[in-house]
Design a protein around this ligand. Structure first.
Ligand code: HEC
Length: 279
């Protein structure tokens, strides 16, 4: 049997096994997750050369600050907002913003706790003292948002998950988190039930519809629609979960280009070295 044929059969067997294990997995899950898969949105930060849209991150931060931060913690230092590759706030803007928060600090020399204005190195203060208190008041604990956009996921199923991993057009799909956040914010499709969500597993969500059109003022003329708010805040949360994404992608792209050039050089070196050998 030809070698290529053997490889072909092995590959087919492997794909078959993967498909089968995926099917059985889905069967075991039963009907618990009868949600449609969220639609893929276009994101400026997807793909090997993706970068964040600064204005979008600033709008997303505004939505987070005015709406989401009433319930969700965002456990990152405030100064992250001024780092390169982020929303691009200046050092002064970050200082001014930090000072608008009240931080519980102490004990001081008298052994007492006290409140003081925030500083850039402080973390965004949590809206509740602990998850139990949050759950008691909201019916469930809202997850911390610092990793949310990376941690929430849905199964794309076979064969999509194979293509998602490949470096082909439409492949290298890493934005399931922001797509799901967008889908949940737009998934309150039962008018009479503010806690029914098309995309939340089980459909019952303790978070009542948090956003509606016109709720947050945009100063740059961007439409104040639910869809736009959802995209902006999902982008902001993706950045918050990976503030160094741009740097990582830049290094990745450089490494790929370097490897391509190296491969070319090696090819011509090989040709030259073997040029005089009869074959
Ligand atoms: C009134 C409080 C409240 C506000 C405001 C709020 N949330 Fe929530 N959120 C919750 C609670 C409570 C949960 C947990 C829901 C559950 O487990 O049923 C939650 C869950 C979520 C989830 C689902 C997480 C998961 O594990 O699947 C997402 C996504 C989310 N919130 C995003 C947002 C965004 C974005 C905003 C701002 C636009 C926001 N939330 C504003 C209370 C809130």
């Amino acid at each position: 049997m030809a070698f290529t044929k053997k490889i072909g059969i092995a590959a087919a067997a492997l794909l078959g096994a993967v498909a089968f294990s995926n099917l059985t997995l889905r069967a075991q899950e039963g009907g618990a997750h009868e949600s449609p898969n969220p639609t893929r949105q276009t994101w400026s930060f997807s793909g090997p050369f993706g970068t964040f849209d600064r204005a979008q991150l600033q709008r997303g931060f505004k939505v987070y600050k005015e709406v989401c931060s009433n319930c969700h913690e965002l456990h990152i230092p405030i100064r992250t907002l001024g780092q390169p590759g982020g929303p691009g706030f200046t050092e002064d803007q970050v200082k001014t913003l930090a000072a608008t928060y009240t931080v519980h600090d102490g004990p001081n020399l008298q052994g007492e706790m006290f409140d003081r204005p925030g500083r850039p190195a402080d973390f965004f203060p949590a809206p509740f003292p602990n998850p139990e208190a949050a759950a008691a008041s909201l019916g469930a604990a809202p997850p911390d948002m610092s990793l949310l956009a990376k941690s929430i996921k849905f199964e794309r199923g076979f064969p999509a998950f194979v293509f998602d991993a490949l470096p082909i057009p439409g492949g290298m799909y890493q934005e399931v988190g922001p797509d799901l956040i967008y889908a949940i914010l737009n998934g309150y499709t039962k008018e009479d039930d503010p806690n029914w969500n098309l995309y939340f597993p089980g459909h019952k969500i303790a978070m009542g519809k948090p956003l509606a059109a016109g709720q947050v003022d945009y100063t740059d003329g961007t439409p104040t629609t639910l869809e736009q708010y959802s995209k902006d805040v999902a982008a902001f949360l993706y950045w918050a979960a990976e503030p160094s994404l741009e740097q990582r992608k830049r290094i990745g792209a450089r490494v790929m280009i370097f490897l391509l050039v190296l491969a070319g050089l090696l090819y011509f070196t090989k040709k030259k070295i073997w040029a005089d050998v009869a074959h």
